[in-house]
Design a protein around this ligand. Structure first.
Ligand code: URP
Ligand code: ZN
Ligand code: ZN
Length: 482
């Protein structure tokens, strides 16, 4: 047997469907075997996982490394951001290609692929549709057929920048359906946000406290309902990113109860942070939390947890999009100019374990489902990712449920100069992370390799993805007998 082997010995393997005591042998980047009392081949590295959980590496399906946005560029690049992810057990990301309006989708895709060459972790892309033309229609086909893209993102907010109007949503959703790709949406009504921003500014509120006032929950609720309705009429599944409030979670649950394929993502931040952060009198501190949708009044958090518990919401992400204080200062006199975005890639799994598993809200298997397996399934990466089974990629996190840490900007690996979870005590930490069968995080020692991450092609979805036939039948007028 090859010596390119790591044996994880004596732990409890947790997959989304069950947990069991087993050793895990990784050889040449793959899970070679899972079973009791596996013998270590000569030269293999051995990780003692006694008393620890052994789980599939996390998949963060929503990040923005080095995103050019609101006149600046996000501070973490594909190397620093993915390396930081390893320290918290995240081994894959799905980032976003976001073309400027009128920029070709393929052109933008190639740009992002160039930037992501330095990624330490395996990574894929969702591609945003920010405008519509025959060339966008054609590029979507090429991206699906040749480049392994199976999701297209739509921003319903950010008017005068990357916002989609309804015409673009309808055209793009329809095209995605033809291609076996899933539309995803950032759901906020951009017209209402724009109007409310002007009104809040006119009231003399120019600081970060104006941000949540201009983006109330109903603005998100309206857009989620609209996107779901468009998807339902066309018969295409839909994925709603960063669901932050009761209005949005209820809209998804209602649609699912009617039998519609609707999926929802929750950010670690929305699960544990609330809108009081925007009322901090220190501009830099309050501005550091400016992201969209904003953190909500505390009462919304319980609904998000319940959605994850009940399976009405499916994945967790970070929307990792780091802007440092000098960048946030662009909005010193006008909150609408504060670059939107917060970090979190290295904290997501720690925060969700501590607030989810330690509180009894989630079982360890449910934790694996919402941090890894569900994303792998929804984005067509399973079982290569999201499961510890023979033949899967050896992306694994060894987790000490008794280990503790306190989250702080002082000890974080991300290039950000702020941590939205600052001071949060955590019980349950990643002691070892394996990416492609290699140890990249060992008890505080980060061994990420620039450029080691592979691009993940994600094939389109299979034949029964398309619900439009059923819809067309249902819409046929019933014959009138006179
Ligand atoms: O505020 C955020 N979320 N910034 C990143 C872009 C987006 O909306 O996802
Ligand atoms: Zn967004
Ligand atoms: Zn985002």
């Amino acid at each position: 047997m090859s010596v390119n082997a790591v044996l994880i010995r004596g732990g409890t393997v947790v997959n989304a469907d069950r947990e069991f005591r087993a050793d895990v042998m990784c050889v040449d980047g793959k899970v070679h075997s899972v079973g009791e009392n596996l013998a270590a081949p000569t030269g293999a590295q051995v990780v003692d996982a006694g008393g620890q959980y052994v789980m599939p590496g996390g998949i963060d399906p929503h990040t923005h490394m080095q995103l050019p946005f609101m006149g600046t560029v996000a501070a973490d690049d594909f190397f620093s951001g993915t390396a930081a992810g390893f320290t918290g057990g995240t081994t894959s990301i799905i980032d976003f290609v976001i073309p400027d309006p009128k920029q070709g989708l393929l052109d933008a895709y190639r740009m992002w692929r160039g930037w992501s060459e330095k990624s330490a972790a395996d990574h894929g892309f969702h591609v945003a549709v920010t405008w519509w033309s025959d060339s966008v229609h054609a590029d979507m086909g090429t991206l699906v057929r040749e480049e392994g893209i199976n999701t297209f993102k739509h921003f319903m907010a950010y008017k005068n920048a990357i916002m989609c109007d309804d015409e673009t949503l309808v055209n793009s959703f329809k095209r995605a359906l033809e291609l076996g790709a899933m539309p995803t949406v950032h759901a906020e009504n951009g017209e209402l946000v724009f109007l409310l921003q002007q009104e809040v500014l006119k009231m003399g509120i120019t600081g970060p406290e104006g941000h949540p006032l201009s983006r109330p929950p109903m603005v998100e609720g309206e857009a989620v309902n609209r996107a779901i309705a468009i998807a339902d009429v066309l018969g295409v599944p839909i994925y709603i990113v960063h669901v932050s409030c009761i209005e949005a979670a209820e809209a998804i649950a209602r649609a699912r109860a009617r039998g519609q394929r609707v999926f929802g993502e929750v950010l670690a931040g929305h699960l544990v942070l609330d809108d009081s952060v925007y009322r901090n009198p220190d501009f830099a501190t309050a501005a550091a939390y400016v992201m969209s949708p904003p953190f909500r009044p505390k009462g919304h958090q319980e609904m998000l947890w319940r959605g994850l518990q009940s399976g009405q919401l499916h994945t967790t992400a970070t929307d990792h999009c780091v802007f440092c204080a000098p960048q946030k200062a662009a909005g010193k006199d006008d909150f609408t100019k504060i670059p939107n975005g917060c970090g979190g890639i290295e904290d997501r799994m720690h925060v969700i374990w501590d607030a989810g598993v330690n509180t009894g809200r989630l079982t360890p298997s449910e934790f694996v489902a919402i941090t890894s397996t569900n994303a792998a399934k929804l984005f067509n990466l399973h079982p290569q990712k999201g499961a510890i089974i023979d033949g899967a990629d050896a992306d694994i996190v060894v987790w000490d449920p008794q280990g503790t840490k306190t989250i702080s900007v002082k000890t974080q690996f991300s290039k950000g100069d702020f941590n939205v979870f600052e001071g949060r005590p955590i019980r349950g930490v990643a002691t070892h992370t394996l990416s492609q069968g290699k140890l990249v995080w060992v008890n505080g020692d980060l061994r990420a390799v620039r450029g080691a991450g592979r691009y993940l092609k994600r094939p389109p979805f299979g034949p029964n993805f398309d619900a439009s036939q059923k819809r067309t039948e249902a819409l046929k007028p019933t014959a009138v007998v006179r």
